[in-house]
Design a protein around this ligand. Structure first.
Ligand code: DGL
Length: 263
C-alpha cells in the first residue's frame, strides 16, 4: 500500500464534511480527496434512476484518477440507492452512509423516532428494511427536507441561518401523528449534522443521532494495518461544478481541505 494513497470522500455537496471531521480526528495523517458533485447538486430531489446512473460512473472516474485506498460515499441518498452497484463495480473497499436507525432505536424511550433525510432517502426500501430490522417495536416517522440541505450549504458559505427557517423545516415531521412523542431524531442526511446547533434549538429535548463517528471508526478499522505519511495529511476538495466561491473555500480550509478547485 502506497502511504500517500488518499481516502476519497464523496457527496453531492458539503455534507460529507460531517463524516470527514470525525475521520480526521482518528486518522490525522490520512491524505484526503473530497469530491462534491456540485454539478448535480442536490441529489435529494432527483430520481432513483438519475442517482443510480450518475454515482457509479462518476466514482469510477474518480477512483481511476486519484487511486484512493478506500472510498467513502458520505451521502445517505447515494448510499441507499447505489452502494451495492458501486461496491460491485469498484475494486477497493467502499464505505457507505446509511441512516443510523439502529442506535436511535437503542436510545429511544418513547419508542417514536424521527428520520430526517432527503426526499429520495426517506422513500428508499433500504430505510424500510433498517426500520424493520432494528426498530420493529418503534414508530418510525420520516420526512425529506430539501430546505435543510440548502440551509446547511448556506451556513458553510458564510450565511446566517435563521431560527424561523429551521423551525419551518422540521415542522412537517413534528406535525405527523405521534410526532410530539419523538425523543430521538436520526440525521439521515450528511448535511444535517453541520446544522447540529441550529437543530438542537429547533428540536428541544430531542436527541440527535448520526452515523459520522461510526463511519470514521469503520474507516480506521479497514485501514488499520496500512502506512500513512508521517505528517498531517494533505486535503484537497474537488467540486464537479467548478471551484467553490471564496467564503466556501475558507470553510473547507477549516476542515483541512486547503486546496479547492473544479474537476
Ligand atoms: N448529503 C446528502 C445525503 O446525505 C444529500 C444532499 C442532497 O444533495 O440532496 O443524503
Amino acid at each position: 500500500m502506497n502511504r500517500d494513497a488518499p481516502l476519497l470522500f464523496f457527496d453531492s455537496g458539503v455534507g460529507g464534511l460531517s463524516v470527514l471531521e470525525p475521520t480526521r480526528a482518528l486518522l490525522p495523517n490520512a491524505p484526503i480527496v473530497y469530491v462534491a458533485d456540485s454539478a448535480a447538486f442536490p441529489y435529494g430531489t432527483r430520481s432513483e434512476a438519475e442517482i443510480a446512473a450518475r454515482v457509479p460512473a462518476l466514482l469510477g472516474r474518480l477512483v481511476e484518477r486519484f487511486r484512493p485506498r478506500l472510498a467513502v460515499i458520505a451521502c445517505n441518498t447515494a448510499s441507499t440507492i447505489a452502494l451495492d452497484v458501486v461496491r460491485s463495480a469498484l475494486d477497493l473497499p467502499v464505505v457507505g452512509t446509511v441512516p443510523a436507525i439502529k442506535p436511535a432505536a437503542e436510545l429511544s424511550k418513547t419508542r417514536v423516532i424521527g428520520v430526517l433525510g432527503t426526499d429520495a432517502t426517506v422513500r428508499q426500501p433500504y430505510v424500510d428494511d433498517l426500520a424493520a430490522r432494528f426498530a420493529s417495536d418503534c414508530t418510525v416517522l420520516r420526512h425529506g427536507s430539501a430546505e435543510l440541505v440548502a440551509l446547511a450549504e448556506a451556513k458553510l458559505a458564510g450565511e446566517v441561518v435563521s431560527p424561523g427557517a429551521m423551525r419551518d423545516a422540521v415542522a412537517p415531521l413534528l406535525a405527523q401523528p405521534g410526532g410530539e412523542r419523538i425523543d430521538v431524531m436520526v440525521l439521515a442526511c450528511t448535511h444535517f449534522p453541520l446544522l447540529a446547533d441550529e437543530l438542537r434549538e429547533a428540536l428541544p429535548g430531542i436527541a440527535l443521532v448520526d452515523g459520522g463517528r461510526g463511519i470514521a471508526r469503520r474507516i480506521a478499522y479497514l485501514t488499520r494495518e496500512q502506512p500513512w505519511p508521517d505528517v498531517p495529511g494533505e486535503g484537497r476538495a474537488i467540486f464537479t461544478g467548478g471551484p467553490p466561491a471564496p467564503p466556501l473555500a475558507a470553510a473547507l480550509a477549516r476542515f483541512g481541505l486547503g486546496s479547492a478547485g473544479g474537476l
